[in-house]
Design a protein around this ligand. Structure first.
Ligand code: PEP
Length: 249
């Protein structure tokens, strides 16, 4: 049985004060929710405030990006080792906005995953097709390429240290959600592709989250699918009540 992870990607939202206020309102709402794992991903500067605010709860805190090297001449970058030393436990890698606006490649995603595993951050690796790719029947080819590249030379023994998030780009921030069937089919495909890299047994344990306009109204239908092992939530995670409702799906 794979334990679900419900994750909040705040993107470039919330100052340290706003992050503290969120946790103050959110933590009591989910205090009795032990069914799934919960993690918040603030912007870098709000990570320390969020970590302080969640102390004593079972909420994890992570970064939205990282560099694969431990240190060096990489202006503007932050390493996994640095994130760990301030108490981060998780990291998002290869979000479609990083791929689209910051030209992150499949090779960079694989390097980042290897860096995260080496230093001990739980990584959420994002994959997903563009609208035009789905319309042209290219979804499986895109997922095959992204999953294969991300998991290259990754050991099945590390399967509990990373997840994949299937985030169809056409569903991110658009209000268009993949139906539970579309998401389940994509997850089954991703699992089969992951098995080619990490083996069948490890792939059966791999958590595959869904992301793309998850809201309180659709969370239950999506999260009750056998293939869906959690959610990566953007817009609807900015409000404590709305994210708590998703956690309680
Ligand atoms: C995301 O950015 O990871 C995401 C899924 O965003 P939204 O929930 O707003 O579609």
């Amino acid at each position: 049985m794979r334990r679900k992870l419900i994750a909040a990607n705040w993107k470039m939202h919330k100052t340290p004060d706003e992050a503290r206020a969120f946790v103050r309102d959110f933590a009591p709402l989910v205090a009795n929710q032990n069914r799934d794992d919960i993690a918040l991903f603030p912007p870098f500067i709000s990570i320390p405030a969020t970590i302080e605010a969640v102390a004593g709860t079972r909420i994890g805190v992570g970064a939205q990006n990282m560099h694969w090297e431990k240190q060096g001449a990489f202006t503007g970058e932050i390493s996994a080792a640095m994130l760990i030393c301030i108490g981060c436990s998780h990291v998002i890698i290869g979000h479609s906005e990083r791929r689209q606006y910051f030209l992150e490649t499949d090779v960079a995603v694989n390097r980042k995953l290897r860096g995260a595993l080496e230093d001990g951050l739980l990584a959420i690796v994002c994959v997903g097709e563009l609208f035009e790719e789905r319309e042209s029947g290219l979804t499986e080819g895109v997922l095959r390429r992204q999953v294969g590249a991300a998991l290259r030379e990754i050991s099945g023994q590390d399967v509990d240290k990373f997840c994949i998030a299937y985030e169809p780009v056409w569903a991110i921030g658009t209000g268009k959600t993949a139906t539970p069937q579309i998401a389940s089919d994509a997850h089954a495909f991703i699992r089969a592709e992951a098995a080619k890299e990490i083996g069948d047994e490890a792939a059966s344990k791999l958590r595959i989250l869904y992301g793309g306009s998850v809201k309180p109204e659709n969370a239950h239908d999506l999260m009750s699918q056998e293939q869906i092992d959690g959610a990566l939530v953007g817009g609807a995670s900015l409000d404590p009540k709305s994210f708590a409702a998703i956690v309680k799906w």
